[in-house]
Design a protein around this ligand. Structure first.
Ligand code: FAD
Length: 455
C-alpha cells in the first residue's frame, strides 16, 4: 500500500526527513490539507494565504519533476487523511512535527485513526531537547541558547530523493484556484509579488544572496534603510528551507555570523515557550498584567486604526506599518518600535497588535509573533521591563532610518535627513502628513503611571 506524506509548514523537498522515510517505505501520496477548522480562530491570515498559494504551486511543480504530485484536500486534517487513506489503501502517514497547539491536537487525532510517524526537521533541535540543570524547560533566552549552542551544529541536511514512487492510481485533488487563497478585489498583493518568490527555489535565492552579507550581519541588521538581514523569515515559517540548511550554508562566513546563528536560536526558543504555554497569544505570561488598564473605547479604536494604516504622525512607525501593508514584512528593529508604540504610547493591549500582525505578515508565526509581542510589552515570562519605553524619534535617528522613511512615507520624501525623523518638531510637517496622535513625553508619563498599577 502507498504511504501518505502530510505536508504542513514544511513545503520543501530537500532536508525533509518525512519525505525520505516515506520514499523508503514505497509509493508516496503527498498531501496538503487546508485545515481552517482545526486552527479555528488561528486559521491563516490574508498575507499567509497569499504566500501559501504560491508555495503550494511551487511544491507541486517540484514534485512533478520527481514523478509525483501534490494532492490537495480541504477540511479537518484527521478526517481528510482518514478519507484519503480509505480511498488509497494507505495506513501510514509520515510528516514533520509542528508545535502550534492546534497542530499538536491534530497529530493526536490523526494518530488515533492511522499510524502517524512524526519526524523532527523544522527546528535546530526539537523543543525539550535542552533543559535546565533541574530538568525543566527554559523560560529565558540566554541560558537556553547557551545550552542549545553546545549541541550544535545540527546534522547535515538530507538530500532530495532521486525519484518519488507514485501510486498505481492518483486520488482526486482539489485545485488551488477553488481555495480562493489570493486576494481579488482589491488586489493588494502587488508589493508582495515584487518583493517575494515563495517556494523552495525562492528561499535558496534569498539564502545565496545573504551568504555574502552574513559576516557583517551585526553591523547592518538594525538599519532598516538597507537589506542587512536575510529576509528568510517567511521561507523558514513555511519550511521552504530548514534551519539546518541555513546554518550549514552560512556557518563558515566568519565575522559576525555567530550573531546570525543566535537569531535562528530565537526561533527555536519561541517553540519551547509555546510548548510550555500553549495559550501564549492570548494569555499574559505574567499574570500581574491582567490588571493593566488598557485603553479601549472610541478614541482608542481610532488610535488603533491610525496605527494599522501608518498614520500616527511618527514617521518611523508609519514607515514600518506601511511596509507591512505593502509587502507583508517589516524590518525587525521597526517591528520593535511599532509594537512598543502601540502598547506603550497608545496604551493599547498587545493582543490587538498581535492580531494585526497575524493577518498582515507573510511570516506570521504563532510562536515568533506571540513571544515577541509579549517580550515588547513586558507581559511575557522572559520580558524586559515595562518602564523601558522606546523613544521612536531617537531610535529613528540612531538607526539612520531617513532612507526607509522616504521609501515608505512619500509625503515626507522631500524632507532633509535633519528633519525627517520628527518634521512636526522642526515646524515642517507637510499638510498631507498627519500630526502626532500623542506627544512623546505625555505618552511616556501615561505609560509609566499605567505600569505602576501592575507592578
Ligand atoms: P534575520 O535577522 O535574517 O534572522 C534570521 C531568522 O531568525 C529569521 O528569519 C527568523 O526566522 C529568526 N528570527 C530573527 N529574529 C527573531 C526573533 N526576535 N524571534 C524569533 N525568531 C527570530 N518573526 C517571525 O518569523 N514571525 C512573526 O510572526 C514575528 N512577529 C514579530 C512580532 C514582533 C512585535 C517583533 C518585534 C518581532 C517579530 N518577529 C517575527 C521576529 C523578527 O522580527 C523576524 O523574524 C525578522 O524580522 C525576520 O526578518 P529576517 O528573516 O530578515 O531576519
Amino acid at each position: 500500500a502507498p504511504v501518505l506524506l502530510w505536508f504542513r509548514r514544511d513545503l520543501r523537498l530537500a532536508d525533509h526527513p518525512a519525505l525520505v522515510a516515506a520514499v523508503e517505505a514505497g509509493a508516496v501520496i503527498p498531501v496538503y490539507v487546508l485545515d481552517d477548522e482545526t486552527a479555528k480562530h488561528r486559521a491563516m491570515g490574508g498575507a499567509s494565504r497569499w504566500w501559501l498559494h504560491h508555495s503550494l504551486m511551487a511544491l507541486d511543480a517540484a514534485l512533478r519533476e520527481k514523478g509525483s504530485r501534490l494532492i490537495l484536500r480541504r477540511g479537518k486534517s484527521d478526517a481528510e487523511l482518514a478519507r484519503l487513506a480509505e480511498e488509497t489503501g494507505a495506513t501510514t502517514v509520515h510528516g514533520i512535527r509542528h508545535y502550534e497547539p492546534w497542530w499538536r491536537n491534530a497529530e493526536r487525532s490523526v494518530a488515533q485513526r492511522l499510524t502517524l510517524c512524526c519526524h523532527d526537521g523544522n527546528y535546530l533541535l526539537p523543543p525539550g531537547a535542552v533543559t535546565t540543570g533541574a530538568g525543566q524547560p527554559y523560560k529565558i533566552f540566554t541560558p537556553f541558547w547557551r545550552a542549545l549552542r553546545e549541541r550544535l551544529p545540527p546534522a547535515p541536511p538530507l538530500r532530495v530523493p532521486q525519484k518519488i514512487g507514485a501510486p498505481s492510481k492518483w486520488p482526486k485533488s482539489d485545485t488551488l484556484e477553488e481555495w480562493d487563497l489570493l486576494p481579488t478585489k482589491p488586489d493588494w498583493a502587488g508589493g508582495f509579488r515584487e518583493e517575494w518568490t515563495p517556494g523552495e527555489a525562492g528561499a535558496h535565492q534569498r539564502l545565496r544572496r545573504f551568504q555574502d552579507h552574513a559576516a557583517r550581519y551585526d553591523d547592518t541588521r538594525n538599519l532598516p534603510s538597507i537589506e542587512g538581514s536575510s529576509r528568510l523569515s517567511p521561507h523558514l515559517h513555511f519550511g521552504e528551507v530548514s534551519p539546518a540548511q541555513v546554518w550549514h550554508a552560512v556557518e563558515d562566513a566568519g565575522g559576525q555570523v555567530e550573531e546570525y546563528l543566535r537569531e535562528l536560536g530565537w526561533r527555536d526558543f519561541t517553540q519551547n515557550l509555546i510548548c510550555q504555554f500553549p495559550d501564549y497569544a492570548a494569555k499574559n505570561g505574567r499574570p500581574a498584567f491582567d490588571k493593566m488598564e488598557w485603553r479601549s473605547g472610541r478614541d482608542a479604536k481610532a488610535d488603533l486604526r491610525a496605527w494599522q494604516l501608518g498614520e500616527t504622525g511618527y514617521p518611523i512607525v508609519d514607515a514600518g506599518m506601511r511596509q507591512l501593508w505593502a509587502t507583508g514584512w517589516m524590518h525587525n528593529r521597526v517591528r520593535m518600535i511599532a509594537a512598543s508604540f502601540l502598547i506603550k504610547h497608545l496604551l493599547i493591549d498587545w493582543r490587538e497588535g498581535e492580531r494585526w500582525f497575524w493577518d498582515t505578515l507573510v511570516d506570521a508565526d504563532y510562536g515568533n509573533n506571540s513571544v515577541n509581542w509579549q517580550w515588547v510589552s513586558g507581559s511575557g515570562v522572559d520580558s524586559s521591563q515595562w518602564s523601558r519605553v522606546m523613544a521612536p524619534l531617537t531610535q529613528s535617528e540612531k538607526f539612520d532610518a531617513a532612507g526607509y522613511i522616504r521609501q515608505w512615507v512619500p509625503e515626507l520624501a522631500k524632507l532633509s535627513d535633519a528633519v525627517i525623523h520628527d518634521p512636526e518638531a522642526a515646524g515642517c510637517r507637510p499638510a498631507a502628513y498627519p500630526p502626532k496622535r500623542i506627544d512623546h513625553r505625555e505618552a511616556r508619563e501615561r505609560a509609566l503611571a499605567a505600569g505602576r498599577a501592575v507592578r
